[in-house]
Write a protein that binds this ligand. Structure first.
Ligand SMILES: Nc1ncnc2c1ncn2[C@@H]1O[C@H](COP(=O)(O)OP(=O)(O)OP(=O)(O)O)[C@@H](O)[C@H]1O
Length: 252
């Protein structure tokens, strides 16, 4: 019997996505200089193709690693999937609610306290005030920052911000969890704690996880399949063992 996969069995569909950034072709020292050049029509841009015709699908409940050397376009891809960036060409479909852990602190106001930020960031993730009231203790406990709740976030270390961000985004099971390397700023104990929570989502079979890691071991440990992007081009999509083997071989 042949089992066929329906389009809506995919939590994420990336269809022929390209991303072109316009970069000023010369170095400018101030915003004033920038506007003068624009007014005089002396500012020229060169195009930079950060992603070039990328296509892959992630079935619901699957855990997929995104790999590639520095500057390959992984974060750009995640931002497009999270809806933070609009692709230049192509289309992305995401089914379900999405918890994007990508740009640390993007949904935070550094002048506000951690407690206030939990409400602010929570509302961006679609949680009601009442829901956060009910789960505030879980969030604080997971982040292990009870004594720092009334301190402005600007006095937090990047690892402390990561703890709060992860605790909020994962207080309830999202349909799709997107994790960039934000967790790498956390200490090893917190990283292990996050990995255990991600693993529990994976075990539930309900959460689709897409994550970027430079650790091939971590990708092999957690993922079922893998997408390898190199300098904006799709190099390989397939079972994790095959892709990681090929990825390792490029360094030999
Ligand atoms: N807003 C932007 N404007 C111009 N160029 C950008 C912008 N964002 C990213 N880029 C460029 O796109 C390329 C891909 O960047 P991206 O951050 O997606 O790579 P990455 O694979 O996540 O890298 P790393 O592993 O180092 O985190 C880089 O060359 C980067 O300079």
């Amino acid at each position: 019997m042949t089992t066929s996969i329906q389009d809506n069995d995919y939590a994420i569909e990336v269809k022929d996505v390209s991303m072109v950034f316009n970069m000023a072709s010369e170095q400018l020292n101030s915003l004033k200089e920038y506007f003068i050049k624009i007014a005089k029509r002396e500012l020229f841009f060169k195009e930079f193709r950060a992603l070039d015709h990328i296509s892959f699908n992630v079935p619901k409940g699957e855990v997929v690693g995104l790999m590639g050397t520095n500057g390959s376009g992984k974060s750009t891809m995640l931002k497009i999937i999270a809806g933070v960036l609009e692709p230049t060409e192509g289309e992305v479909v995401v089914r379900g609610n999405i918890a994007p852990l990508i740009e640390l602190g993007a949904g935070f106001d550094l002048e506000l306290t951690a407690r206030e930020n939990i409400y602010l960031n929570g509302s961006l993730l679609g949680y009601t005030h009442e829901f956060i009231d009910q789960h505030l203790d879980d969030i604080i406990e997971f982040a292990e920052l009870r004594d720092f709740m009334d301190m402005p976030l600007k006095n937090y270390s990047s690892g402390m911000v990561a703890r709060i961000a992860f605790a909020i985004a994962t207080v309830t099971e999202p349909d799709v969890l997107i994790v960039d390397e934000t967790l790498s700023v956390g200490d090893v104990f917190f990283q292990e704690k996050c990995e255990r929570r991600i693993q529990s989502f994976i075990d539930s079979g309900n959460v689709t996880v897409l994550f970027v890691s430079h650790s091939i071991d971590q990708v092999e440990r957690l993922c079922k399949s893998c997408v390898w992007i190199e300098k904006g081009r799709q190099r390989m999509v397939g079972p994790v063992e095959e892709v990681c083997k090929a990825y390792r071989n490029q360094f030999n």
